[in-house]
Write a new protein. Structure first.
Length: 307
């Protein structure tokens, strides 16, 4: 059965603004599954980078979850893999469940590790999803994720907007608005994670033309899933002009266009008494001035010139 189960709503989960059509997201992932291996380069690369981060942690995790089934990071056969669709489950011996990332049917405090590879950027309520993940983790459990950030496909977004302005005199959203790196740390803290860490990578991919890029996005299951998309202009007219603008503005000397993928990484722990705590203000045993071999002055005091 491919329809995700939906548990009872938790009062702690915020009510989202619906930007994405989640059923369309599910259909696009399912449709892309058969030929995904021809378009999975970005997922494979981020899987490798997430794996490297896990290897840097000297810790054994027993009950683990892959949140997202396209190139799951955890390959141990005891790891649970979850996705909106079962279309990516090609090995029935691996524990696999169809769930919605916005409504996680997972018991509180039941997981040691959750890893998500390029999955969470399509959630309408990312803070609520992170809160549910934190609640599903045992104390000192780890959450590690990568998702697409706000500068992703900035060239395509710009080209589509310019083409629509030129044709219709106005423009609407046609590329998803993803989260910004400046907000990522706050999202982890808001969800209650301890020791939050965020960082980012920028990956630039080149294509022969914009149509090749858009074909790759469809093959990844990453096509536009916005609920509100302008439909006044025929797609052929809009995308043909956008492809021309894309080539004019973003092609290199080799005539290939560039496409930006911004990857935001989230790293946080479920709170535990054993974790290091920040020092209370005023409890430091040494002075910064001593460490820097410099003079300590009170606020407003001016340094005297040396003679």
């Amino acid at each position: 059965m491919d329809k995700p189960d939906k548990p009872m709503h938790s009062s702690a989960v915020s009510q989202p603004i619906h930007i994405f059509d989640r059923q369309r997201v599910r259909r696009q992932r399912k449709r892309a599954a058969a030929n995904f291996h021809h378009h999975d380069f970005l997922f494979r690369e981020i899987k490798n980078r997430l794996t490297e981060r896990l290897l840097d942690i000297d810790r054994t995790f027993e009950v683990t979850l892959n949140l997202g089934a396209r190139c799951p990071v955890l390959s141990d056969r005891t790891a649970i893999t979850a996705d909106l669709t079962t279309a990516y489950c090609d090995d029935h011996a691996i524990p696999y469940i169809a769930i919605d990332e916005e409504f996680l049917p997972i018991a509180a405090g039941s997981l040691d590790l959750v890893v998500s590879n390029l999955c969470l950027h399509w959630t309408n309520d990312l803070p609520g999803a992170l809160l549910q993940i934190r609640q599903a983790l045992r104390p000192d459990g780890l959450f590690l994720a990568a998702f697409l950030g706000g500068d992703t496909l900035i060239e395509l977004r710009s080209s589509l907007m310019e083409a629509e302005m030129e044709i219709a005199g106005g423009a609407g959203p046609r590329v998803a608005p993803f989260a910004d790196i400046r907000d990522a740390g706050g999202l982890l803290q808001r969800a209650g994670f301890a020791l939050p860490v965020t960082d980012q990578d920028t990956i630039t991919v080149t294509y022969d033309n914009a149509f090749k890029l858009m074909a790759d996005l469809r093959g990844m299951g990453e096509s536009n899933a916005l609920i509100e998309t302008p439909r006044a202009i025929p797609h052929r007219m809009l995308f043909t002009r956008a492809a021309e603008i894309y080539h004019e503005r973003f092609s290199g000397e080799d005539e290939r266009i560039s496409a930006t993928f911004q990857i935001i990484y989230l790293h946080g722990w479920a709170p535990a008494d054993t974790q290091p705590k920040p020092l209370k203000p005023g409890s430091a045993q040494g002075k910064l001035a001593d460490a820097l071999n410099s003079l300590e002055m009170s606020a407003g005091e001016k340094a005297k010139p040396e003679i």
